[in-house]
Design a protein around this ligand. Structure first.
Ligand SMILES: Cc1cc2nc3c(=O)[nH]c(=O)nc-3n(C[C@H](O)[C@H](O)[C@H](O)COP(=O)(O)OP(=O)(O)OC[C@H]3O[C@@H](n4cnc5c(N)ncnc54)[C@H](O)[C@@H]3O)c2cc1C
Length: 509
């Protein structure tokens, strides 16, 4: 898929001077990752008569799956649920970035969405005018650097949750003294040759677990250096239900739906267990890891997390590939604290030193709230940390705008599809009632009186590092379901469809 397939937007130096007309759309979708492409699909199928455009900063589609190019990059959830509900997944459940992009490319092609996507179009600012009942977006083209304006009746924000240009690397002492190469997986150099190198990968999450088996054969040795362990589970990269249904020649649409339901059923049971009997679940997960490692391996130290299962994402290892690399002696695990980088590697709190030619910092993301776009409502800059979220989709005081933020414990796309249903229902409701703006407002009387305003997420429930580092930048939540981002797909799938759009939380004009 090539850049700018929709043809050039009018492009001028500033604010479309010189008489160039400002293009106007009913809906502008920001981002052409899995959420934005899904939003475009729903927009097109629900509102064939409305105008919409997808503005994407990068040169192509895929978002996360375009940006991340480190060896072995793959999903950590199954594609039956990480794929859309409307497009069957026919490959192995855990998919590579290339397979996911190919799936997204098919969705674009089959639905002719390319005519609506404009690549290398970065949204810098969004300004709402209550008198116009419209957003004016300030957009910059990546190829020329020129900026211009676009108008939108409604903004569907699918910008993801982290800064795409660079990952998060802590500032460790002595980093400047290290004589080797330091690389973050998010900005992996093309053709980076690790042959014969001593590599240390700092981090214990899904990225480290994916990268290490992928490079273990190439480098001299790879060591995972982690501060604390993560829960892993593993199994073959196939789905028995789907395989069985395919043997019976069941159509792929059915296979997709049935495999999805089975996976979601099983995941629900595991999620429930993580709350009701976390010790049992933890023991099951750890015993399964132990069974895949050599006799005498220190599982307590390296693979026994200090938190309840599911408080951070459970990482799936297809075919237990990480454990195979460890068992073969190609990879090892060190659980310790970094004291300082040295010219030759890393000195640890225990006093040991790890020697390295290459250090990979698989240390996560920088959270980005709403694509680093400057939002203004009627001349006033919006500080999202002072807004309260309406069902994890909209924000108090910010009209005609929805963002897509998926689930942590279930596949992101499940929520992208549910949010899309909600947006389409909301837009239809506005059309039917002849209003042009909608904004959430906490009800000062009645249901919301005296409501407690809390941080976006309860760290007791879920506490990944990127969120904990930046939660102060995120919108707030209330203590009622209307004002929270639910993490429970299983209740939200029924609830969102029934939400009363006239319950007083949404103010229309
Ligand atoms: C390596 C990795 C593996 C993951 N695996 C899984 C998984 O298996 N299952 C799961 O559920 N989740 C997974 N996630 C989380 C994942 O990011 C989401 O599930 C999903 O891909 C997010 O899709 P998205 O479209 O919402 O955002 P993104 O993929 O982040 O895409 C957002 C797009 O918006 C564009 N954009 C942002 N700001 C602007 C702007 N101002 N103007 C124009 N365009 C803009 C970006 O360029 C980008 O293309 C993974 C994340 C990573 C990093």
């Amino acid at each position: 898929m090539q850049a700018d397939t929709a043809g050039a937007m009018p492009q001028t130096a500033e604010g479309n001077p010189g008489g160039v007309e400002v293009e106007s759309f009913d809906v502008v979708i920001v981002g052409a990752g899995i959420s934005g492409i899904g939003a475009a699909y729903h927009m097109q199928s629900s509102f064939p008569g409305k105008t919409f455009v997808v503005l994407e900063n990068l040169e192509s589609f895929g978002g996360t799956w375009l940006v991340h190019r480190y060896p072995g990059v793959r999903s950590d959830s199954d594609l039956y649920t990480f794929g859309y509900r409307f497009k069957p997944w026919v490959g192995p459940p855990i998919a590579t970035a290339a397979e996911i992009r190919s799936y997204l490319g098919e969705v674009i092609e089959e639905n002719r969405l390319d005519a609506h996507i404009r690549y290398q179009h970065r949204v810098l600012g969004a300004s709402w005018s209550s008198s116009d009942k419209a957003w004016t977006l300030r957009v910059q083209r990546g190829d020329t650097g020129g900026t211009f304006e676009v108008k939108a009746g409604f903004l569907w924000m699918c910008q993801g949750y982290y800064r795409h240009a660079e990952g998060y690397t802590p500032d460790w002492p002595g980093m400047g003294d290290f004589e080797g190469t330091i690389v973050h997986p998010q900005t992996w150099p093309e053709g980076f040759d690790l042959t014969g190198k001593q590599v240390v990968v700092i981090g214990s999450g899904a990225t480290a677990a994916t990268l290490v088996p992928a490079i273990a054969d190439e480098c001299a040795h790879v060591t995972i250096l982690q501060r604390s362990p993560t829960y892993f589970y593993s199994g073959p990269n196939r789905n028995e239900t789907a395989d069985m249904l395919r043997e019976l020649d069941i159509p792929e649409e059915w296979v997709h739906e049935i495999a999805r339901r089975k996976i979601l059923h099983d995941q629900h049971a595991i999620t429930q267990l993580s709350f009701e009997n976390p010790e049992f679940l933890a023991a099951e997960l750890i015993n399964s890891v132990r069974a895949q490692l050599p006799e005498g391996f220190d599982v307590e130290r390296h693979f026994t997390p200090r938190y309840r299962p599911w408080r951070q994402r459970l990482a799936y290892l297809p075919d237990g590939d990480l454990f195979k690399a460890v068992s073969a002696g190609k990879a090892s695990v060190v659980t310790d604290e970094i004291e300082t980088f040295t010219p030759k590697g890393i000195r640890l709190a225990s006093g040991d030193e790890l020697f390295a030619d290459v250090i990979v910092t698989a240390t996560g993301f920088n959270l980005s709230v709403l694509g680093d776009i400057d939002f203004i409502v009627d001349g006033q800059p919006v500080d999202f940390a002072r807004t309260v979220t309406y069902r994890g989709m909209m924000f108090t005081g910010v009209p005609n705008m929805v963002w897509v933020f998926g689930y942590f414990r279930a596949s992101w796309t499940l929520r992208a599809d549910l949010v899309a249903d909600f947006v389409c229902r909301l837009i239809s409701h506005m059309d039917d009632t002849g209003v042009r703006s909608v904004v959430p407002r906490v009800r000062s009387e009645g249901a919301d009186k005296g409501m407690q305003i809390l941080e976006w997420i309860d760290p007791e429930n879920f506490n990944p590092g990127y969120m904990m580092r930046s939660v102060h930048l995120m919108p707030r939540r209330g203590d009622k379901p209307e004002w929270q981002h639910s993490q429970d797909y299983w209740s939200e799938k029924d609830l969102l469809a029934k939400v009363d759009l006239d319950d007083g939380c949404l103010i229309y004009e």
